[in-house]
Design a protein around this ligand. Structure first.
Ligand SMILES: Nc1nc2c(ncn2[C@@H]2O[C@H](COP(=O)(O)OP(=O)(O)OP(=O)(O)O)[C@@H](O)[C@H]2O)c(=O)[nH]1
Ligand SMILES: [Mg+2]
Ligand SMILES: [Zn+2]
Length: 357
C-alpha cells in the first residue's frame, strides 16, 4: 500500500522534506494503546514506542502522538518494533477537554478530512450536543457530515422532523440518515469515502459507530454491544481510538463514545458554527458587544422577536463562557505546572486515565 493511500500528500511531503531527520522513515499512527502505539507503513502495522526525548520533552498532551499523526520512525528487530522520533505538523486536530472537572486537553485524532458526527435518531438526538461537535470540527477546518443512525427505529415522519430541526438552525451540512440493521442509507455514506481521505466517527456511546465500521469492512471484526434496556444507552464498548483502512479506499477512525464534550478555546469553531449570530452582530450598536444585555444588541433583539431560537442563543452563550473559562484555567494550570516541573507526571497520568473514559 502506497503512503498516498494512507493520506500522505504534498502538504505532508513538504513538511517531511524540511524535517531534520532524513535517516528516518515516515509512517502513520493507527492506534494509541495503554502501553504502546501502532503505526502503519507501506507494508504492515507495527508496534511502536516514543523516544524518551519526545516523551519527556512534551510540554503538554499536544506534543504527544495522536491517532492519525504522521510520524518519523526508526525500525528495530527486523522491522517488528518502531521508535517514534518526531511528529510531523498536523493538518487538523480534533481535541476536547477531558471529561470531569480536570482541565486538560485530550487529543481525539489528527489529520482528519471529514468528521462523521453521529446521533441515534431514537435515544440520542440533541441539537445542543450536535452544536458542540460541529464547533470541534469547524475549529480545525474539518468538514462535518451529520449521520443519523438507527433510522429503522422511528417513523419516516419523525425522522423528517429531526432533519428539519437540524436544517433550520444549522443549515449547510450534509445529513445522512441510515440504519445498520436495514442497510438503508449506507450507500450514501459509501459514496462519501474517497481514496486517501481520513474520516473520524464521533458520537455518544451506543449510537452504532463500530457497527458502521464493521458494515463498511464487511465483517464483524470489532466488538459492539447491545444497549442497556433501561435508558437505551450504550456501555462504552470501544475502549481505544483506532484507524481502520477500508478496502474501497479511505480510512476511518473509530472513537469510544463520549459522555461529554467540553470545548476549550474554540474561537473559529464558535463563529463558524454560529455564523447566524456573527452575522446579526454586525448590526449591534457596540463593536465589542457581548450580546448579553447591552443596549442596541441585534442578537438579543432577534431572540426577542423570535427570529433566533432562544435555545440556540443560550447554547452559544453557554459554550462561549465555558470555552473561555476552560482556556483560562488551562493556561493558568500549564503555567503553574511548568513552575513546579509537574508536566511529565501529569501527562503520563492523563494518558493512562483517558483510556477509561
Ligand atoms: N436498531 C438498530 N440497532 C443498531 C444500529 N446500529 C447499531 N445498532 C446496535 O446498537 C448497539 C451499539 O452499537 P455499537 O456499534 O457498539 O455502538 P458504538 O457507537 O460503537 O458505542 P461505543 O463503542 O460504546 O462508543 C449494538 O447492539 C448494535 O447492534 C441500527 O442501525 N439500528
Ligand atoms: Mg464502538
Ligand atoms: Zn450584540
Amino acid at each position: 500500500m502506497k503512503l498516498e493511500e494512507l493520506g500522505f500528500d504534498d502538504w505532508f511531503q513538504k513538511r517531511w522534506s524540511s524535517s531534520r531527520v532524513h535517516e528516518y522513515s515516515v509512517a502513520r499512527l493507527t492506534a494509541v494503546n495503554k502501553d504502546n502505539y501502532i503505526i502503519r507503513n507501506e507494508e504492515a502495522e507495527i508496534p511502536a514506542e516514543v523516544t524518551g526525548k519526545l516523551m519527556y520533552g512534551a510540554r503538554s498532551n499536544l506534543d504527544l502522538p495522536a491517532v492519525g499523526d504522521w510520524v518519523c520512525v526508526q525500525y528495530f528487530n527486523e522491522n517488528t518494533l518502531a521508535i517514534i522520533h518526531e511528529i510531523l505538523p498536523r493538518k487538523s486536530l480534533l481535541k476536547r477537554k477531558v471529561a470531569g472537572k480536570k482541565i486538560e486537553l485530550q487529543l481525539i485524532a489528527s489529520n482528519i478530512d471529514f468528521a462523521f458526527i453521529m446521533q441515534s435518531v431514537e435515544f440520542d438526538f440533541n441539537l445542543r450536543r450536535l452544536e458542540r461537535y460541529l464547533i470541534m470540527a469547524n475549529e480545525s477546518h474539518i468538514k462535518p457530515v451529520i449521520l443519523l443512525s438507527k433510522r429503522d427505529l422511528i417513523s419516516a415522519e419523525d425522522l423528517k422532523k429531526e432533519i428539519r430541526a437540524i436544517k433550520s438552525t444549522n443549515p449547510g451540512y450534509e445529513i445522512i440518515a441510515f440504519s445498520n440493521k436495514t442497510d438503508e442509507g449506507l450507500e450514501g455514506i459509501q459514496k462519501l469515502l474517497q481514496r486517501g481521505k481520513t474520516y473520524c466517527l464521533l458520537g455518544s456511546s451506543g449510537v452504532g459507530k463500530t457497527t458502521l465500521i464493521n458494515k463498511l469492512i464487511g465483517e464483524n471484526k470489532y466488538a459492539t454491544a447491545a444497549i442497556r434496556e433501561k435508558d437505551g444507552r450504550g456501555r462504552h464498548v470501544s475502549a481505544r481510538r483506532q484507524l481502520v483502512i477500508l478496502n474501497q479506499g479511505g480510512m476511518i477512525i473509530d472513537t469510544p463514545g463520549m459522555r461529554e464534550l467540553g470545548n476549550v478555546g474554540v474561537h473559529t469553531g464558535l463563529s463558524k458554527t454560529f455564523a447566524d449570530i456573527v452575522s446579526l452582530a454586525q448590526d449591534c450598536r457596540f463593536k465589542n458587544c457581548m450580546h448579553m444585555d447591552e443596549p442596541g444588541c441585534a442578537v438579543t433583539e432577534a431572540v426577542k422577536k423570535g427570529k433566533m431560537p432562544a435555545t440556540r442563543y443560550q447554547n452559544y452563550l453557554k459554550i462561549r463562557r465555558e470555552s473561555e473559562f476552560h482556556e483560562m484555567s488551562y493556561l493558568e494550570r500549564r503555567r503553574r505546572d511548568k513552575k513546579f516541573g509537574k508536566i511529565v507526571k501529569s501527562i503520563m497520568k492523563d494518558k493512562k486515565k483517558e483510556e477509561m473514559e
